[in-house]
Design a protein around this ligand. Structure first.
Ligand code: F6P
Length: 319
């Protein structure tokens, strides 16, 4: 393998830049030419491809977002569109591709691999919902952003003795809500992986008030329902003075944490090693702090599982 490409696709996540840097520098370290594909799969089919040098990825390790930009391209499900992408890669003599992104991006990488073009998937999403890895690039940074917000909301919640509902991202996964709720000391955490009972929540909040608690934080994963919807329900069930905060896309930005930078560097570099070893069609990840890789098709077939013990612990600690 002499030439490889790298693209970022789907929702961006903090740490994609250090991952791109790792792919480029590891590739050049091994005498490969590395090409950046701009705007995800949309840029791929349009031939938005440029060679990247060592300096192209200088000064990005600390930056959020992705220097390659990103896009969602639902049409990439179409095999003819995929062929268009492969032709563009072949035009540049590119023989392997590193795809950094979430499950939609993995689907694209899987399809290209099935069509005979070797791809390696690197998990980049704040949702932490990719099977085959315990952590995805960007999750830790987003988590810290949410905790920062929760700490600030706690201040005003205490001053005004209010109940706050904080809606966090995560798509269908509850990881961001669970980890942030636990770390932020939320009274209640709602995740899609577990149901909830409004009466039970109202009773718990009331018991807390009787014990002298003046405020409550409720973290709602967007995969459960909207914070506004939940707020209306809660107001019907109680007489609490309630406010709602939807954190939105601030969770996707910001300088990546040290954890995400190191994770991105390790996973990006490993993806290049796999291509050099001729092992396309893999997805890299981290388990018990060790790098792992799985067949991308097998990885996608697995189910991401939330740490249910952590959920139980959060309930025990928020009585
Ligand atoms: O997958 C990342 C994510 O931020 C999800 O948490 C969220 O549901 C979605 O993307 C938002 O997508 P968009 O940026 O396209 O609105």
């Amino acid at each position: 393998m002499k030439k490889i490409g790298v693209l970022t696709s789907g929702g961006d996540s903090p740490g994609m830049n250090p991952a791109i840097r790792a792919v480029v520098r590891k590739g050049i370290f091994h005498d490969l030419e590395v090409y950046g594909i701009y705007n995800g799969y949309a840029g791929l089919i349009n031939g938005n491809i440029k060679r990247l040098e060592l300096g192209s990825v200088g000064d990005i390790i600390h930056r959020g977002g992705t220097m390659l930009h990103s896009a969602r391209l639902p049409e990439f499900k179409n095999p003819e569109v995929q062929q268009q992408g492969i032709k563009q890669l072949q035009k540049h003599g590119i023989e392997g591709l590193v795809v950094i992104g979430g499950d939609g991006s993995y689907m694209g990488a899987k399809a290209l691999t099935e069509q005979g073009f070797p791809c390696v998937g690197v998990p980049g999403t704040i949702d932490n919902d990719i099977p085959g890895t315990e952590f995805t690039i960007g999750f830790d940074t987003a988590l810290n952003t949410v905790i920062d917000a929760l700490d600030k909301i706690r201040d005003t919640a205490t001053s005004h003795e209010r109940t706050f509902i904080i809606e966090v991202m995560g798509r269908d996964a509850g990881d961001l809500a669970l980890w942030s709720g636990l770390a932020g000391g939320a009274e209640t955490i709602l995740i899609p992986e577990a149901g909830y009972d409004m009466q039970d929540i109202a009773d718990r909040l009331r018991k807390g008030q009787e014990r002298g608690k003046k405020h409550s934080l409720i973290v709602v994963a967007e995969g459960v329902c909207s914070g506004i919807e939940f707020g209306k329900e809660l107001e019907k069930a109680t007489d609490f003075d309630t406010r709602i905060s939807v954190l939105g896309h601030i969770q996707r930005g910001g300088s990546p944490t040290a954890f995400d930078r190191v994770l991105a560097s390790r996973l990006g570099a490993r993806a290049v090693e796999l291509l050099i070893e001729g092992k396309g069609g893999r997805a890299v990840g981290i388990e018990m702090n060790r790098l792992v890789d799985y067949d991308i098709i097998e990885a996608l077939g697995r189910k991401h599982t939330l740490d249910i013990d952590l959920y139980k612990l959060s309930q025990e600690l928020s009585i």
